[in-house]
Design a binder for this molecule. Structure first.
Ligand SMILES: NC(=O)CC[C@H](N)C(=O)O
Length: 466
């Protein structure tokens, strides 16, 4: 929830009054109203504040359902059986704003943002929309009495480039914002510091708390985390955070990349997820802590059991692009096998069991390129599966998980990950058929596009040799 809106208010009438006050006092002219698409990107329309208040808050804002009919480059999918396709004539759907998400945009041109839910004209929620998918998973967890809490770490690269210069250079020889590898370095570089001062200041006013930033293990790579919150709020924040950093960096002539592995010689960009579970009845009690043991509870053991059992099933959601898999390599600080450990950064799951409040599980598989609504839904499905079936705690891995024998690898290509997801019983128990079909189709499409591509690597390797 935005800091602009008083958090305790849940009544729509009162929220609307506050939004009107914000619009007037800050002279907001345009409001971007959007939803996450299948890749977790913020898509929708800019509405005038007058139109939003007089019309769209009640009736929603209409747009073509093509948002789920094309890929990341806006190329239209060819299957006429999809939710959105030529065969259906691309009808309208509408976004109904979630009033709690209103945020004044301090770096904008008298603008604010809102996120909504996507409905069909008949009033039904769009089943394939990622925010619908996550909301349904939340409903399911709440019915069982669980309130999930998530924090999100994101790594990204900053380049001294614009969209135009990157195109002109044909994506080669991009200049990083810092050209020295200096992980955890505390040397202040004024031109970088200014950007991060602005980002943290603006994000704070925007209602997205960021505690720190650091130089990561790549030239021009940084890490900045989104503080923990409930699943929907976290996913909303991650989507807006990515958009915000992109916009603020662009003001300084910089381009941000959340690609999982932009260069094989540089560190990958992760989207590590930190997670714990509270009881709905006592939201301050972390159910992962067992007081009598001064450590991990049986709920936490079951969750780890469920997560490990289904890590391969959901790898396609944690690593959704062709490029995601170039990040998953030995020694890259990411998990590559189905393992858990205590404060072990070589395993897929890292248990952080400091104290009764902050005991949690870090999932180190997801990349920064993943859709946060789907990574959180997948995480929740695995956790609920573990709890509902009382899955035993698997053996823990100590030491270097990259070199130990007998460990099961997670799927290491998109094709493999799609195949496992398609055959997953658990996925079909926790996600709707309509969503799974759409998601799997879109990932197969990515894979097929790549299969037909001749890469630079292939040319350099084979051209005059074979
Ligand atoms: N902060 C870290 O642990 C490094 C993570 C690593 N860059 C990854 O891609 O997973």
């Amino acid at each position: 929830m935005s800091v602009n809106i008083k958090p305790q208010v849940s009544d729509n009438k009162e929220l609307l009054t506050q939004i009107k006050e914000e619009i007037n006092s800050r002279n907001v002219k345009m409001i971007s109203l959007g939803i996450p698409d299948m890749d977790g990107r913020y898509k929708g329309k800019f509405l005038t504040s007058d139109y939003l208040i007089s019309n769209a808050v009640k009736k929603g804002s209409f747009l073509c359902d093509i948002l789920f009919g094309w890929d990341i480059t806006d190329e239209i999918y060819s299957d006429n059986g999809l939710f959105s396709c030529w065969g259906n004539g691309f009808p309208d759907v509408y976004i109904k704003p979630d009033l709690k998400t209103f945020r004044y945009k301090p770096w904008g041109q008298n603008t604010a943002t809102m996120i909504g839910d996507l409905y069909q004209i008949n009033g039904e929620l769009v089943e394939v929309a990622p925010r619908t998918v996550l909301k349904k998973m939340i409903e399911r967890s709440e019915k069982l009495g669980y309130q999930f809490s998530f924090g999100y770490e994101l790594e990204f690269y900053l380049f001294k480039e614009t969209d135009q210069s990157i195109k002109e250079k044909d994506y080669r020889n991009l200049i990083p914002a810092t050209s020295l590898m200096n992980t955890y370095g505390l040397v202040e570089i004024p031109e970088v510091q200014i950007v991060f001062d602005e980002i943290t200041e603006y994000l704070k006013e925007y209602g997205i708390a960021v505690e720190s930033f650091m130089y990561e293990a790549g030239e021009g790579q940084f890490e900045m985390s989104v503080n923990h919150s409930d699943p929907l709020d976290t996913a909303d924040k991650v989507m807006l955070y990515k958009t915000a950093i992109r916009e603020i960096a662009a003001k300084h002539g910089l381009t941000v990349s959340f690609m999982a592995k932009f260069d094989e010689n540089m560190s990958g960009s992760s989207g590590h997820i930190h997670q714990s579970i509270m009881s709905i009845d006592s939201p301050d009690v972390n159910l992962y802590w067992d007081r009598s043991k001064q450590g991990m509870s049986s709920v936490m053991e079951n969750v780890i059991g469920g997560l490990l059992k289904t890590l391969p099933d959901f790898t396609a959601m944690y690593c959704p692009t062709i490029n995601s898999y170039s990040r998953l390599v030995t020694g890259s600080w990411t998990g590559v096998n189905v393992t858990w450990g205590v404060d072990n950064r070589t395993t897929a799951l890292r248990v952080i069991s400091t104290d009764s409040k902050s005991i949690r599980i870090e999932n180190r598989i997801p990349g920064a390129d993943a859709n946060p609504y789907l990574t959180l839904a997948a995480f929740m499905a695995s956790a609920l599966y573990g709890i509902e079936n009382e899955i035993d705690l698997p053996n823990r891995t100590d030491g270097d998980a990259y070199v130990q024998e007998g460990l099961t690898p997670i799927p290491l290509t998109l094709d493999k990950a799609i195949e496992v997801l398609e055959n997953s019983e658990v996925a079909h128990l926790y996600f709707s058929e309509e969503f799974l079909n759409q998601f799997i189709y879109t990932r197969k499409w990515e894979s097929e596009k790549f299969r037909k591509t001749v890469t630079e690597w292939e040319k350099k390797r084979y051209l005059e040799r074979v």
